[in-house]
Design a protein around this ligand. Structure first.
Ligand code: KG4
Ligand code: ZN
Length: 350
């Protein structure tokens, strides 16, 4: 165990300041400071507010993580930091801090891809990832299906959303129902009291005519519009909006499409492991439906516990640890924050 690398990960791509510390696949610390409350009244993340909050939270969060793990910066073998994709100003705070710590403590630095980190984090809970695996990444900014052969070498995109991300759809529907931000956890809770079969909402890109070009792609903007129209028509008729039923029916439409396409991706590639990551992977219905449907085909579903699905520093440390173990060269000290970092770049080359 002592031979495993001790890696510290810093995450600041959106509204969570996270510092995690892992040794190999073992999680030692996962300190988090969220600015979500500061964004709630705007109904979405305000980039400038997020950057300032990261600046204030970073040093104390770093100290909490080191204390929790019972180590000092001198003990760390490598520092990993989210280089992208994400909000430019928010990313810059983490990248600048990581460079400062790396320079001061003379440690190698790895600028890593936030999306690959959402996949790698599962190894902290379920051990090494069988390869190849299909990964479904569903967050506030992304919805993708990927084929993962070797997480340190890159991933092969199979499909992605052509409009809204799954989490974005949850956030927008929650907003139009007047439920607050972020919408995912609130809709998840409201849906438990509602009937998922009460309203039939559209399943984007599942019609036979769409499958030829978009078999593994997603579309959620038509669903969001359908929910908006349905709610408007109730309001126009002066009838109350059954928020729990709308939440449950909307959530069912999202989870139905996500799980059907993920299982189809596994079947078409002959892959027996499906990993789900990103904030929407915390959704209770998505977790249950994915498990149910996968079991019918002998596919194993791996989803980390909800706290590891949403943004955190542990996921960055987990990916960093994979890179160190694979002997991947560290990034240079002048590595950039790359807000549009593509899925095929796992870490910034040295
Ligand atoms: O991965 P994440 O924390 O940040 C990004 O990288 O975007 O994902 C945040 C997204 C938000 O849209 C949020 O509403 C959604 O994940 N989310 C959920 C749940 N928890 C968070 N969506 C559905 N159900 C949940 N329980
Ligand atoms: Zn994320």
């Amino acid at each position: 165990m002592r031979d495993e690398p001790l890696v510290l990960g810093i995450e600041t791509s959106c509204d969570e300041t996270g510092v995690g510390i892992v040794r190999g696949h073992t999680l030692l610390a996962d300190a988090l400071a969220s600015s979500v409350d500061q964004h709630a009244r705007f109904g979405g993340v305000v980039p400038e507010v997020a950057s300032r909050a990261h600046l204030e939270a970073l040093v104390p969060t770093m100290q909490r993580a080191l204390d929790e793990a019972g180590v000092t910066l001198a003990d760390i073998d490598a520092i990993a930091v989210t280089s992208g994709p994400g909000l430019a100003g928010a990313l810059l705070v983490g990248v600048a801090a990581a460079k400062g710590y790396a320079l001061a403590a003379e440690k190698p630095i790895y600028g890593v891809n936030h999306l690959a980190a959402h996949v790698a984090v599962d190894t902290l809970e379920h051990g090494p990832l069988p390869e190849p695996a299909v990964a479904m990444l569903v967050s506030g900014g992304h919805s993708s299906l990927l084929l993962v052969d070797d997480i340190t070498a890159g991933v092969t995109p199979l499909g992605a959303t052509i409009d809204d991300a799954a989490g974005e759809a949850f956030d927008k529907v929650a907003r139009l129902l007047g439920l607050g931000f972020p919408g995912g956890p609130i809709i998840d809770r409201a849906a438990r009291e509602g009937d998922p079969a009460s309203i039939v909402f559209p399943r984007g890109l599942t019609a036979a005519k769409d499958l030829a070009a978009h078999r593994f792609d997603f579309s959620f903007s038509g669903l969001k519009t359908a929910v908006a129209r349905w709610v408007e028509s109730r309001e126009r008729a002066g009838e109350p909006v059954p928020v729990n039923d709308v939440s449950a029916s909307f959530q069912e439409a999202v989870c139905d499409v996500l799980t059907a396409k993920a299982i189809d991706a596994c079947l078409s590639t002959g892959v027996k492991t499906l990993v789900i990551g990103g904030g929407v992977a915390a959704n209770s219905r998505l977790r249950a439906l994915a498990g149910e449907r996968a079991a019918k085909h002998g596919i194993v579903v791996r989803v980390p516990r909800p706290a590891l699905c949403t943004d955190n520093g542990a996921m960055v440390a987990a990916l960093g640890s994979h890179l160190v173990k694979a002997g991947v060269a560290p990034s240079r000290l002048d590595l950039p924050a790359d807000s549009a970092m593509g899925l095929t770049t796992v870490s910034v080359p040295g």
